[in-house]
Design a protein around this ligand. Structure first.
Ligand code: DGJ
Length: 375
């Protein structure tokens, strides 16, 4: 009854004041100018009383998944109503720039570095005209959450360094793994045993779908799909968040995970990921670990109910905590529209934790008050 009342109030406010007062996953989400929010594969930070949402600025038509403008930013005080702050990291006209117009810039995530006082943005960078082969992580910096961000450089992380827990025998496994047929049990075992880590050892490890996580002790990590998207890597960042310490580990080798999103509750780390089916949705996966360095225990599909096997037609991008609310975490996901990327919508759902397992349930409409009612 209380729930229906709050939804009714939301509708009245929306109608009278043109304001959003609830989340409507998968629907058009208008910013304060009345335009559908354009911040895909996004992430959120909270600074000085304001939330900032960064994401891929998509354009119309089939080419709209390439970066023709850059990374957009929106600000909000209440998480429902978002003001467009414009493009905060712009693609460059210079054809020799790594972030030249037409490159691929995906899944931007911004974190604040308390030591340097800078906002640092990491994103998945693919060089123009090279499809997804470059598989790099780009980094940019700004004095303000509203930008402008200045592009610094790109990385293939962990060049010439083995993961912390890599078995000695994996470092020099015999070359006879090279010609294994893909997806056979032997091939999967070879991947688990580091075949692709060895392949990319000199060049640096691949970094495609990614997120950044800042821990309670201010250590930050890039969590990235690597090894041809077969294995997730967790790579520790330096204290300024601009480089890698070269300490890294692998998660779910040969598990084929993309779209990592991570949070920590009561000392336990949780991760939600997707499988790999391009722009099409698939069944999400979840993991938990007592340490960022693992071991990560697989917990299966976190979604329940209708379309749970397709993550409610969406793919994870980020998980954030409602400011000041210890137990309130929001799952952010994208409903991609590859034929007209600008139309892509957003699926935000509250995360319920039951018996150390994250749970996602569909809601046509919900408000932050629903967190209290779930207790
Ligand atoms: C799935 C990834 O999660 C997206 O970010 C994007 O890279 C698409 N694949 C491209 O097909």
């Amino acid at each position: 009854m209380k729930l229906k009342y709050s939804i009714l109030i939301s509708f009245i406010c929306a109608f009278v004041f043109g304001q959003n007062n609830h989340f409507a996953p998968g629907k058009e989400w208008k910013d304060t100018d009345g335009v559908h929010i354009n911040a895909h594969g996004g992430g959120i930070i909270f600074m000085d009383g304001t939330y900032y949402w960064y994401g891929e600025f998509k354009t119309e038509g089939k080419g709209g998944n390439t970066a023709l403008k850059g990374v957009s930013c929106y600000s909000s005080k209440d998480l429902y109503n978002w003001k467009n702050e414009g493009i905060v990291l712009k693609v460059e006209e210079d054809r020799n720039s790594e972030i030249t117009k037409g490159c691929i810039m995906e899944r931007p995530k911004v974190v604040f570095n308390k030591k340097t006082g800078k906002c640092v943005m990491w994103f998945h960078l693919e060089l123009k005209g090279q499809g997804y082969d470059a598989a790099m992580a780009g980094v940019a910096i700004s004095d303000s959450p509203k930008g402008p961000f200045t592009y610094i450089k790109s990385y293939r992380p962990n060049k010439g360094v083995w993961p912390i827990d890599f078995k000695e025998e994996f470092k020099s496994a015999s070359a006879n793994t090279q010609n294994l047929k893909s997806w056979t049990p032997d091939w999967l075992t070879a991947i688990q045993n580091g075949m692709l880590v060895r392949r990319d050892f000199q060049k640096g490890q691949m970094s495609r779908d990614m997120t950044v996580y800042v821990d309670d002790n201010e250590k930050a990590y890039l969590i990235h799909s690597s090894e041809d998207n077969l294995t997730l890597h967790i790579s520790e960042l330096t204290d300024d968040y601009l480089d890698f310490t070269q300490k890294w580990t692998r998660v779910a080798p040969a598990g084929h995970n993309e779209a990592p999103a991570i949070f920590k509750k009561d000392g336990m780390y949780y991760m939600i990921t997707s499988g790999c089916t391009g722009w099409d949705p698939n069944e999400a996966r979840s993991f938990k670990s007592e340490s960022i360095w693992g071991p990560w225990e697989s917990l299966g599909n976190p979604s329940f109910g209708k379309d749970a096997e397709l993550t409610f037609h969406s793919q994870s991008t980020y998980i954030f905590q409602v400011q000041g609310k210890k137990d309130q975490f929001i799952f952010m996901a994208d409903r991609w529209k590859p034929d007209n990327p600008i139309e892509g919508s957003y699926v935000w759902l509250p995360i319920i934790i039951e018996n150390e397992k994250p749970i996602l349930k569909w809601s046509d409409e919900w408000t932050l008050d629903d967190f209290n009612q779930k207790k």
